[in-house]
Design a protein around this ligand. Structure first.
Ligand SMILES: C[S@@+](CC[C@H](N)C(=O)[O-])C[C@H]1O[C@@H](n2cnc3c(N)ncnc32)[C@H](O)[C@@H]1O
Length: 184
């Protein structure tokens, strides 16, 4: 299915409707400090960062703060209701360093070797983001010295091993619950 088809898919929209409420819940804000988690990804001011599956923007706003005015955050999601929501939030906060894109992350359309850090935060594993297709695309867009940063829901403990087994990334560290990989 193409980006348009997936983005309009009833199943995806249905699945992520309740997820949207949880993503923005006060309980989540209380349990998890997004800025602290993002610091675990080692994002630096001035970087170009790709956030895959930005959802309602839980990590988007703090990530934009971390990269500063000289950086660029590409916030990507397949569902237009989320990209529209995040665009409004970015506009309301007058963030000029955020580019919100509605697109399938399996085919980002971004230039090769254009990204310093890719954030896969709360997005894998998920059927619409299979690792065997997602990782090669992330490997393509990340710069030679760039990083892949992954924050997982606790039930998906097998994912870090699968990322290494792909042969595309090398494990570097785990900080604040974030797994960091360099590009092979
Ligand atoms: C569980 S939510 C996590 C959202 C956000 N990262 C957070 O932690 O609050 C997963 C997000 O991935 C998006 N998504 C799923 N498949 C995708 C794909 N193939 N390309 C881009 N985004 C996708 C969904 O629309 C959803 O917003």
């Amino acid at each position: 299915m193409n980006t348009e088809g997936l983005g309009n898919s009833k199943i995806l929209n249905l699945l992520f409707k309740p997820a949207g409420v949880m993503m923005e819940s006060k309980l989540r804000q209380w349990l998890m400090n997004p800025m602290k988690t993002l610091r675990g990804a080692g994002i630096q001011p001035g970087q170009t960062v790709l956030e895959v599956g930005c959802g309602t923007g839980f990590f988007t706003m703090p990530a934009a703060q971390l990269i500063g005015d000289q950086g660029c955050l590409v916030a990507m999601d397949i569902l237009s209701k989320y990209t529209e929501r995040v665009s409004k939030k970015a506009q309301a906060a007058d963030l000029k360093n955020v580019r919100v894109i509605k697109r399938d992350a399996l085919d980002t359309g971004l230039d090769t070797a254009s990204i310093d850090t890719v954030l896969l935060f709360g997005v894998i594993p998920f059927p619409s983001l299979p690792l065997n297709r997602l990782l090669p695309e992330m490997h393509r867009v990340i710069k030679q010295e760039g990083r892949l940063a992954v924050w997982l829901f606790p039930v998906s403990g097998w994912v870090p091993k699968s990322i290494v087994q792909s042969g595309l990334f090398t494990y570097v560290s785990k900080r604040n619950g974030v797994y960091n990989y360099s590009r092979c």
